[in-house]
Design a protein around this ligand. Sequence first.
Ligand code: NAD
Length: 253
Amino acid sequence: MPQAPQKVALVTGAARGIGLATAKKFLGEGWRVALLDIEGELLGRAVAGIGQSEATLALTCDVSDRDAVAAAMKTVEQRFGRLDALVNNAGIAVFAPLMETSETDWRRVLEVNLTGPFLCTKAAVPLMREADGGAIVNITSISAVRASTLRSAYGTSKAGLAHLTKQLAVELASLNIRVNAVAPGPVDTAMAKQVHTKEIRADYHDAIPLNRYGLEDELADAIYFLCSERSSYITGQILAVDGGFDAAGIGLP
Ligand code: NAD
């Protein structure tokens, strides 16, 4: 029997944190993986650390730059010849009250967190079409559904991405492309270290029914599931991976 071709995933924001854990998860499951990040040096070190040169491809790229995204996708096509999964994980966080949120920050958060996935998805669809379908997972946030005093830009960008997920699930179903989202609660990555103050950490701890932050690998498992055949009838869903935070219905710290 002919062997099924080795599948290919592209993970954005893959130099560290949830993105790197996700790339490693795909590799562990036997996929080939393109790791894309704006931080070239960090990405180089991450890919060298993984050490699977045949199965990995490092792409230094800003997801909000249309031409750079198109060039990155071309490289994926030339190197791997197909694309089965796209994980729109790259994101930035600015936590500040409205009056301290500059227009520059507002625009940048929307460009990276919302326009980035839009551009990456547009670039990925033609390749997925050739593979007779695929799966896209957008990384939103619990901030997309719970408001707070600090997240006008970040929360709005993630709420937009959550709606884009549903919109594209409906639109791309005819191409056999499934589109879902994972909405993490707090995960102790470099991003969380940057924006979670001591007070926010203490409040989160009390508000999360499981009483702890999530682990990068716990997010990677959920993301992989939504890209795998195990979720072949699931599309248009936002899966909260948050220790019960959303279910408890408490406001964000
Ligand atoms: P992180 O900061 O550790 O990693 C994000 C990666 O994205 C970095 O490697 C960064 O260089 C890259 N990146 C940033 N801007 C980019 C751009 N324009 N183009 C390409 N790459 C870019 O963050 P993380 O905590 O691993 O977050 C991953 C995703 O999960 C983000 O979308 C974030 O909003 C979301 N999220 C995180 C948490 C959390 O508590 N950590 C909670 C909810 C949602």
